[in-house]
Design a protein around this ligand. Sequence first.
Ligand code: SF4
Length: 475
Amino acid sequence: MQPSSRHFPENARRALADDRLRAMLDKSASGFRLRRRMAADRLPEFEALRDRGRDIKDHTLAHLDLYLERFEAQVRAAGGTVHWCADAAGARDAILAICRAAGAKTVTKGKSMIAEEIAINDHLEAHGLVPVETDLGEYIVQLRKEPPSHIIAPAFHVSKEQVAESFRAAHTALDPARPLDEPSALLAEARAMLRRRFHEADVGITGANLLIAETGQTVIVTNEGNGDLTQTLPPVHIVLASIEKVVPTPEDAATVLRLLARSATGQEFSAYTTFSAGPRRAADPDGPRAFHVVLLDNGRSALMDTEFREVLRCIRCGACMNHCPVYGAVGGHAYGWVYPGPLGAVLDPALIGLAEAKHLPNASTFCGRCEEVCPMRIPLPAMMRHWRRREAEQGLQPAVTRRGLALWAWFARRPALYHAAARLAARLLRRLARRSGTLAMLPGAGGWTRHRDLPAPEGRTFRELWAERRTGDGP
Ligand code: SF4
């Protein structure tokens, strides 16, 4: 996927003007939020589980080389192969080489954000292969030639009417008279198409929610079972995963899985949780004949010694975006790359560069909800501030922001002048306010007043009120 994060302001404006999109976002996100809260409330040890999950990931990251090597040794012992890939191009080449060696024509795919990150579908298509998404949401956005707009619900932004339109356009054998008004009818149509594709596939690619060092297993969770068909029916299974997905033991994996389902969809556990290890053994009734793990770094190891290291604890549950007022207003496509929302605001600048993604850490109200709900307790707002600081250090801010901050700094270094100016501004704005205590417009605040009134100051500054309170004269 080619990044378009540098166009975030225009993307966001377009999204804000799209009433249909905003209604879809409202409906979907509120459902996720409610289900997450109910699932967390039902589990008395939920907060302790979050601490445990954070500790497991911190420990693993501190010994990442050892756990990855142990994982590789176990995969090899089970008959599989691990391909170490430093960047997206390396991972694409590795996957294409495996597909070519297998003489593949059709490749089925489970949902994988890493696959989006390396744009594997475009690469396979450019080399004459047919990639077929098998997760329903991914299948829908593939037909619509769109990227996913949410990491666990790729078609978050699409209405059922639009899904029906896409099916009618793509499924040429579909009877035009057949009703597709109900979700169950859409599901039946997608299932019939995808069943055929599962049987045609020469290679199946899945992501991995976790890699287990002690056993060499890869773990995926789905609610549709498509991941299992993708990895067991074709003769070759490729697992595409990034290096930070490893955990030491199956018990650690279980802890993370208990957090993942509750935080993502509000389920106690996902409908399908599948552990795989190596290719089919002689006594196995099914499974692939060849098993490959493509392990991707793509900038992650460079984060290890930085203030962004903790984002590597992320388990891709999507809770931060479901609770983010900015994501909730503009949706995932506005972010312009694979990871939207608060996670993207921290991870995207690291993976595609701050010059491209500099708007994303600024697309935050700093309400703190993302950190509050993150199962891995990742301090997302603090890390957005770190990116803002780097943006300033690298001179990437717009000239108007730079000048505004320089002016503020000039005043801040002259406290007497600063407080006099603040007092004057507070009184002046109070006088300009309407009877309701709000301002309908203010130079420099058009982004706010275009959509809503701006509350005017009360007439006195915070310092004045504070001083009164300390001397006992205040309210
Ligand atoms: S940052 Fe936290 S809340 Fe957001 S996707 Fe990752 S684990 Fe989930």
